[in-house]
Ligand binder design. Structure first.
Ligand code: FPP
Length: 251
């Protein structure tokens, strides 16, 4: 297999991290944790925990490639339908992740943010995220957006309600409303739309992730299960992105 960014197909330390100024924002649907564990006869929770070290590897790779924003689908509004024991495991992951990796994230100049409805999360999850957000507020490197209790339809509905409230209060005119203004009501108001969406785990669907924001995003699907996803795979996705011809509906 030809991997041009690998010097002579050497191991990981020989990887090159090309910087692409047209790649501002990468979003990832990290799928396949459960299957990774089941394949090994382990409880699904083991797959979620294994997925944490992949998160850190990919964050570091994104830092090296000077990506500005990395948005990770960590817990969706639909994930509440899973057995309570699994929901509890997933909602403990942010705290586990941050208790291990926060010092390294800080030394890599990463700024943590979240999107989603944090109010409905258990206090320990919310507090861990809020602490990390406050602790990394002054960093100006990669923005790591953790999508937690996030669902795109919920986000759009929530935005619509706020927007209508503002129209009724006379703060906004219905006639002048445009896409740009609407975007300022979304959780993602401070970041550009993703340039690249990666989904691991072999499924080819959006699962209610960033439906508005992905209108012109390039998609890259990988069969690799998230705990097995590597920097090499991530760099391959970025390399493929560079070869795409983005026309935004033009010619
Ligand atoms: C989907 O795999 C994965 C999730 C619902 C959880 C994703 C969370 C992580 C990878 C940890 C990230 C944590 C932080 C704090 C960044 P699945 O369980 O649906 O897998 P399956 O399709 O094989 O069943």
């Amino acid at each position: 297999m030809n991997i041009p960014f690998l010097k002579n197909k050497q191991p990981e330390e020989a990887l090159q991290y090309p910087v692409d100024h047209t790649l501002d924002h990468v979003a990832i649907i990290m799928d396949g944790n459960g299957r990774w564990a089941q394949k090994r006869g382990l409880p699904r929770a083991a797959g979620h925990k294994e997925g944490l070290s992949t998160v850190f590897k990919i964050v570091k790779a994104a830092v090296k490639c000077k990506v500005n924003v990395l948005t990770l689908y960590t817990f969706s509004t639909e994930n509440w339908k899973r057995p309570k024991s699994e929901v509890d495991v997933i909602l403990r992951l942010p705290k586990e992740f941050l208790s291990v990796y926060l010092p390294d994230l800080i030394s890599n100049n990463v700024r943590i943010e979240s999107i989603g409805d944090l109010e409905k999360l258990p206090a320990h999850t919310r507090e861990a995220i809020e602490y990390a957000i406050a602790r990394t507020r002054d960093n100006d490197g990669l923005q790591l957006n953790l999508a937690l209790n996030y669902g795109s339809r919920h986000e759009i509905l929530h935005s619509m309600k706020e927007l209508i409230t503002d129209i009724n209060a006379g703060k906004l005119s219905l006639d002048e409303l445009n896409e740009e203004q609407f975007s300022t009501y979304l959780y993602t108001k401070d970041v550009k739309d993703p340039d690249l969406l990666i989904r691991t785990g072999g499924e080819k669907r959006l699962s209610n992730f960033l439906l508005w924001q992905l209108a012109y995003t390039e998609f890259w699907f990988s069969d690799v299960l998230w705990p097995d996803f590597t920097e090499v795979e991530f760099l391959r996705a970025l390399e493929q992105f560079r070869q795409r011809n983005r026309r935004y509906g033009g010619v």
